[in-house]
Ligand binder design. Structure first.
Ligand code: HEM
Length: 542
């Protein structure tokens, strides 16, 4: 690797510098001459799509959206002004629920960042980091996965919406059905919720309180490991702490890692005669402190853990009776060489990532909202107590107000917008044409804060979803899991978790806020509370 770095440095710095500057200048000039008139023609004259401010951090971003919604000036679709020149790219933000619903129901608009270039860059990174020795050192030499090879896809959250992705989804739902049928999933979630309450009591009942995010995150990681390969941990287990550390390492670099893929897609590969390199890989080689490298360092470590789980699962795997999500993937891998070890490991990692920060912050927002509304907390507690007296297993249908409070808190404080959707061919939606290769982000926040959808959207109204008969009524415009073919795969699991964690928390504790407020952190893609939150979880008298 050092050898490659030296060669790259030599290539850049030992060549005729003047010539290099001319070359770069000529390419940039040519790009501007061709692209600028092309964009002006495309988006202002032929097909007007407005531009609108879209600051990069979620705190600023939310202020701009809110102002636009209040003044009725937020366009239904716009090209974001993220940074100077950003509107000269094929990026679109959708803020209207109906357009989003129609767009994301289309196969052509349900792809993730994916192209031959991206695959080539991933393969290049894995080769340079000697990644392939990891599965070889852990799995048995006759394991089918070694015969299948790495696989082309970086897991379920990546790639086009094709037969392969549909299979992922089918296996996911099949696993859910199997676990629900055996009541296993309720058991997994309930024991994680109990574990979380033990931690809240230990760490959060003192007068100095705590930021509960880590505890909720642990709870969600535990549900995911139970679902993925049937393992429930104690939060103090060193192996469990190690998984949490891997997840943290991924979060440090994931935004930059995805931006790298965006750049790889836009810029031509750099042909050095002997091999094709991506410019972003070159940049990562040269600048070793980039957060992308932090994540790249964590990949073989996290994957090594998944390969150990695979080896364990193999021992009792019954092809006729898969026990969990990993079992279903391994069974498919024995019949279909498309399922490679890299693809399977990335899939397991993706569900850990998808499940952790999202649920942890959703629960933290809820805890803060309840702390600020003691009267609502009291009503929720009383409803849960009454529901328990009807049936010791808490039934959702006996808790309409609780469900309304939970939904309202998710609406008021969505933690994320959609991931980027890539358009695979020119596609028309309600009169707009999204060109091939364009990138679309659905602003779920805008939908859920639009006064046309929810009157007084900035207000917490606990019974917003209760009808005149006192029944809970769902509203699909509370769309925090997104909509369509590529919506959150973990939606039903997350809803169950959210209900179980929230009701256990309120049953066991009275929540008080000691510090922090509802301000939003300056984060590039998550809408989360600032990290000065301190809540006290006072155990209720039994
Ligand atoms: C409150 C909790 C959660 C929220 C708010 C949330 C939200 C989302 C959103 C908005 C997306 C993007 C959808 C799109 O681009 O259209 C997504 C994708 C995803 N989520 Fe979740 N999620 C949550 C929990 C979970 C859980 C518990 C899991 C797994 C156990 C999970 C796994 C995933 C995966 C794998 C994807 C990528 C799907 C794909 O690309 O096909 N999420 N989630």
């Amino acid at each position: 690797m050092d050898n490659l770095r030296e060669k790259l440095l030599f290539f850049i710095f030992e060549r005729d510098r003047k010539k290099l500057v001319y070359e770069v200048g000529a390419v940039a000039g040519l790009y501007a001459v061709c692209k600028v008139p092309h964009f002006i023609l495309k988006y202002t004259l032929l097909h007007p799509i407005p531009t609108y401010d879209f600051p990069q951090t979620r705190d600023e971003n939310f202020k701009v959206l809110q102002k636009g919604l209040d003044e009725g000036k937020l366009p239904r679709i716009f090209r974001p002004r993220l940074f100077p020149g950003s509107t000269f790219s094929d990026m679109f933000i959708i803020t209207d629920f109906e357009i989003m619903k129609e767009a994301f129901a289309k196969r052509e608009i349900s792809n993730r960042q994916f192209s031959e270039k991206v695959v080539l860059c991933i393969k290049d990174t894995l080769r340079r980091r000697n990644y392939h020795s990891v599965p070889r050192s852990i799995l048995d030499e006759n394991d089918q996965l070694l015969k299948n090879g790495a696989g082309d896809l970086a897991g379920t959250a990546e790639g086009p919406y094709d037969h392969f992705h549909k299979k992922f989804r089918a296996q996911w739902h099949d696993t859910m059905k199997r676990l629900v049928g055996k009541n296993r999933i309720t058991e997994i979630i309930q024991s994680s919720a109990e574990n979380a309450c033990i931690q809240l009591k230990r760490l959060g009942s003192s007068p100095s309180g705590m930021d509960p995010r880590r505890v909720f995150m642990n709870g969600s990681i535990n549900v995911t490991s139970g679902f993925a390969y049937g393992k429930n941990y104690d939060f103090e287990d060193p192996e469990f702490k190690q998984i949490a550390e891997y997840i943290d390492s991924y979060f440090v670099g994931i935004f930059h890692y995805n931006m790298k893929a965006v750049c790889d897609n836009m810029v031509p590969l750099w042909d050095t005669n002997r091999e094709k390199l991506s410019h972003s890989n070159l940049y990562c080689e040269l600048w070793r402190k980039t957060p992308v490298r932090h994540m790249e360092d964590a990949i073989p470590l996290f994957h090594a853990y998944v390969f150990k789980m695979i080896k364990e699962q193999r021992k009792l795997l019954d092809p006729a009776n898969p026990r969990n999500f990993l079992d279903t993937l391994l069974i498919d891998a024995s019949n279909d060489p498309e399922w490679g070890y890299f693809t399977i490991a990335c899939t397991i990692v993706a569900i850990f990532l998808g499940a952790s920060d999202t649920l942890a912050n959703t629960m933290t927002w809820l805890s803060m909202v309840l702390a600020d509304h003691p009267e609502v907390q009291k009503k929720m507690f009383e409803e849960i107590k009454a529901a328990r007296s009807i049936d010791t297993d808490l039934k959702k249908e006996n808790c309409p107000l609780t469900r309304s409070i939970l939904l309202e808190s998710r609406r008021l404080n969505p933690v994320t917008d959609t991931l980027i959707h890539i358009v695979s061919e020119d596609t028309k939606v309600k009169g707009f044409t999204f060109p091939k290769n364009s990138q679309i982000l659905g602003s779920l926040t805008a939908v859920m804060h639009d006064p046309k959808n929810f009157p007084e959207p900035s207000k917490f109204i606990p019974d917003r979803f209760i009808d005149e008969n006192g029944e809970f009524v769902n509203n699909p415009k509370v769309c925090g899991f997104s909509v369509g073919l590529r919506n959150c795969i973990g939606k039903s699991l997350a809803i169950e978790e959210y209900f179980a964690f929230a009701t256990s928390m309120v049953e066991n504790f009275e929540i008080k806020r000691l510090a922090g407020n509802m301000d939003i952190e300056a984060h590039p893609f998550l809408r989360i509370p600032k990290d000065d939150v301190r809540l006290q979880f006072i155990p209720r008298k039994k």
